[in-house]
Design a protein around this ligand. Structure first.
Ligand code: ATP
Length: 422
């Protein structure tokens, strides 16, 4: 029996806020592979890791490639190291590339490491030790922090996945306004949503496929399947050259960062969770436009925040009232506040108890302790001191999910259009 062996290649931390993108570097490597008859097995993977990682440039993404471990594998390794050496933004203090080669099976232990890289913080030393223990060949450039993400990028199983088509610009256009025909993006969204998603934020008139940084990416289109990406690319028109494009298989928009917490007290700072709680107070906007409220359960309470960039989502949040039971999805950040990505209304507290209304139409006032109510306008009295239940109608429905807009969405957050809500 012939046993097919693979070589896994992980690359991370090659870019800086001033330029480059590890996906572009990967696409250059893939081109060199093709020129030399080296084929990828599967799409390249773009793996988003812990959204709270301290040294991320933008979205904390690592890349991995899988090829046959045959007589060309050594040459492939050389191509990877040469390209990382040539294209990484070494001048930036925070750019510390790491490359991993691994020619064994991906083990459960490695998968667990990958989930740890999504849920927790890992040090360079820990990653180094772990990589060596499982037999990775480790290449560190400068501090080599990239090995943390590289090992995770080769190890993460993709039980749920999405795809992203990234189109790259010509280098002389880096840093200039991207020449994308916005009307064609609206048309593309009309023709391909919900197979593609996160294209446009209609509430903000924001074109989400266009990056806002000086990186080589011209646009990125996200989808549940590859066919829709090809269709989308044929619809989007641009007025500048596309020098290359590449489709990545990713864990974006899968909620892979979300851990189920049974109780509020089970959650830790810098972790991302779903948890159920009772709304304790009316959400309030503070300076800067951020909105906060408390939720609680038997184990404790936590402050939840809908931040200014979530725009109209804050309006939805403002309808919450004490006694509502909600399930929140999101992460606990710097200020120990639960940063909401979406919530599900589990039980509306839609009954409010008020003084009765008099025959004349005016709401009555208390006539004193246990003395019932009286009407200030016409003097009518009722003996019962029981308040009457009033059903409050709000723009919120039981079981329904409410999410932040596309413009404020985390790479890992699963949008409602990807959730089976039936
Ligand atoms: P881009 O979105 O353009 O790819 P980025 O936001 O991915 O940029 P990187 O340049 O990849 O930023 O830097 C992120 C750094 O954080 C990498 O060195 C990566 O190895 C490291 N890292 C990833 N996950 C963790 C983690 N769980 N704990 C600590 N460090 C991590």
């Amino acid at each position: 029996m012939v046993v097919i062996k693979y070589l896994y290649i992980g690359i991370d931390d090659t870019d800086s806020p001033d330029g480059m993108c590890t996906t572009y570097l990967a696409s250059q490597i893939i081109n060199k592979f093709k020129d030399n008859g080296i084929e990828l097995v599967d799409y390249p993977h773009l793996i988003r890791l812990n959204p709270f990682a301290r040294f991320k440039t933008r979205g904390n993404g690592g890349v991995s490639l899988k090829i046959l471990n045959d007589d060309k594998a050594d040459f492939a390794r050389q191509i990877v190291l040469d390209e990382v050496e040539k294209l990484s933004m070494f001048d930036c203090d925070n750019t510390n590339p790491g490359v991993i080669f691994y020619d064994g099976e991906i083990t459960k232990e490695m998968e667990d490491y990958a989930f740890r890289a999504i849920y927790e913080f890992i040090t360079i030393e820990e990653a180094d030790e772990f990589g060596k223990s499982v037999g990775c060949e480790i290449h560190k450039f400068k501090k080599g922090r990239g090995i943390i993400g590289s090992i995770a990028a080769i190890s993460l199983p993709l039980s749920d996945c999405t795809y992203e088509l990234l189109a790259y610009r010509s280098s002389e256009n880096y840093g200039t306004k991207r020449q994308i025909d916005y009307d064609s993006v609206y048309l593309m969204d009309e023709k391909t949503f919900p197979d593609t998603f996160e294209n446009i934020d209609y509430s903000e008139d924001y074109i989400a496929i266009e990056p806002k940084t000086p990186c080589p990416v011209l646009y990125g289109i996200r989808s549940n399947n590859v066919d829709a990406l090809h269709l989308a690319k044929s619809i989007v028109k641009v007025n500048e050259p596309i020098v290359d494009w590449c489709i990545f298989k990713t864990n974006q928009h899968t909620d892979m960062h979300i851990q189920k917490a049974d109780r509020i007290s089970d959650m830790n700072q810098f972790g991302c969770y779903e948890v159920v709680g009772e709304v304790k107070n009316k959400p309030k906007i503070i300076d800067g436009g951020h909105m906060f409220f408390l939720i609680s359960d038997d184990s404790g309470e936590i402050e939840c925040g809908a931040y200014e960039p979530t725009k109209n989502f804050r309006k939805t949040v403002s309808h919450l009232r004490p006694g509502d039971i909600i399930k929140v999805f999101g992460g606990i950040g710097e200020q120990n506040t639960f940063n909401i990505e979406k919530f599900q209304m589990l039980k509306l507290n839609d009954i409010e108890y008020k003084n009765p209304v008099c025959e004349c139409g005016k709401r009555m006032t208390s006539a004193g302790k246990n003395k019932g109510f009286k009407c200030k306008r016409c003097g009518n009295k009722v003996e019962s001191s029981k308040k009457v239940p009033i059903v409050i109608t709000r723009n919120l429905k039981n079981s329904k999910f409410y999410e932040t807009p596309v413009s404020a969405r985390r790479h890992l957050s699963k949008p409602l259009c990807r959730m089976d809500l039936n």
